[in-house]
Design a protein. Sequence first.
Length: 288
Amino acid sequence: MTFRTARILVAALVLAGCATPAPRPQERAEPFPPTEQVEDLRLPFDAYTLSLSGLYTVANAQDLLTRECMAARGEAWEIIERPTDLADLRNRRRYGVIEPGIAEHFGYHVPVGLLTPRDVEQRYDARDSGLSETQKTALSGAGGCTAEAVIRLRPARKPDRKVDQGLVERLSQRSLADARGRPEVAQALGDWRDCLRELGFSYPDPFAAMADTAWWPTETAPPSAPERAVAVADVRCKERTGLVARWYAAETALQQAEIRRRPAYFQALGLGLAGELAAAKAVLPPAR
């Protein structure tokens, strides 16, 4: 497991030099301003999982605790100051590519900076590539500083209060799949396929179009002209048929029904989320 993978897994459990602080909100340029449709994609389950800003809040606290642990072992740990006031755009790619400008320039590829800030990713890469073997040893393993930071932020719960945090993700995946079986979504998908054929392309659904192996000959291959053409047609047909709006509405109804069906689970999940964020904020210095 790489240190990048370990960091992602740590963030998912919820996600003595000093890095250059992230720009303040008014100074931070948005390389890919979201469309109004993207900004409006808020699903009921979102309230029970961490947004990117929430993940960064927890990660910032973990960084401080990791530095403290590493210092006790005679090792340095570079702090990455992540922004915690980002817009919540977690569903930007839930229904595939839906932004005309992104489709036109990048096809189905995800440009650096679309889903996470470019400067934060660059700092991750620089820190990971600069780790010494002794630093890696101090970080890794059951008794390593990474695990210690997680434990300090999330103390063990009593067995009778344990919450299956993976269930909400499984339910989310199910709602995405089940919503496409609703009559209004199935009709919109059929209309989308007809529209795509009119424009000269044929795919069973937007995910199949996105997963076409022709677009991914290598990990570093740039978006090709044919890929961009399909992506533009895909987005145009989504707009023409109202596919995303119908899919989103169906999913919203399904997720609301799950929350009503499992009130105790979602209440416990919400309390745990609030507690985790509160624990992280207690570690962090007051906002400037």
